[in-house]
Design a protein around this ligand. Sequence first.
Ligand SMILES: [Fe+2]
Ligand SMILES: [Fe+2]
Length: 375
Amino acid sequence: MAKAKSKKKEKKLKKRQERCEQVAAISPDRFDEMRQALQARVKASRYRHSLGVSQTAEQLARIYGVNQSEAAVAGLLHDWDKSLTGDELKRKAKKLKLAGKEVREHATGVLHSWTAAATLRDEFPELSDAVLQAIGRHTCGAVGMSDLDMVVFVADIIEPGRDFPDIEGLRAAVGEVCLEELFYRTYKANFMYLLSADMVVAPPSLDVYNSLVVERKERLEAERAACDAPAGNEASEAQLLAVEIARREQLAREAEQQMALARKAAEERERVREEKRAKMQAEAAETQAKLEARGKARLEALSQPEPVMRPEQNASSQGESICDSGEAAGVKTNEASAAVSAQASVEQPAALAGDQPEKSKVERTPNGARIIPIQ
Ligand SMILES: [Fe+2]
Ligand SMILES: [Fe+2]
């Protein structure tokens, strides 16, 4: 069942597309035939109005991306049944069951759109459903208007031959607002005109107006949401920027910490080097001091005159000083020297013979002092 419905829907859609292509393919000559038929059907003012609507609809279609050929044809033929009188329209609408008695009696002005949409294909078989629908909706509109429906409706209100207080505002809005907003403003202006002129508002128009108000509210909320989206993106970008700043600050802190650690390590290495240097200097100084002390000791030892120890001095050193007793001592020294000399002449005949003391003859006292024999 569902499959059958789907096939039927596809077939209908295909047929509609074929019809749209046929309308789009309407030649200038065929369009001129339609224009001449309209001209022969309606009065001059209606004909001029229809030409204005056709041209305006084509312009709106170009601006809002709607099929221009369909818009031009729908605009041209939208008031096809305006040639009928009120009574003719009532009878035709009743015959076609297009409107109730109340609408037929009190809103006769909207009947021409419905009757034309229902019968125009008898005159022009190539007209698409879309064109006929736009023609049928150009008075009261409908819930769920197509783009072509809105284009034809707006064109009928703002075409060059129209003149009413708010028309320039509507014309100025063309291309400045979306098609839905342009249609809403146009529909509202038309609605206000009916009220100001104390004209009956057809029941379908009230439903359409209410639906347009609701749709517009939803559309504006969606547009506000879309407008708020960049703000959200900006907030998101600000958050990302804050995160990036925080990340770079963290990197800077880490780099500073690493530099501090590097400085501390360098200072520690320098301190160790300084300690080693000081220790080496201390050791060097100590070694130097020891060496100097040792050298000094050696120098002192070397520079100290070695005492000449004579045998008698050895004896005298046990009781009195050499210089303690003046000449008397000198006398004794001479006497002692004479005695040592006499002893030496006795004990060392070889030295006298060789005229040089022999080393083997040199003696030392117990404390290491040499005993040099007196010659
Ligand atoms: Fe009309
Ligand atoms: Fe019209």
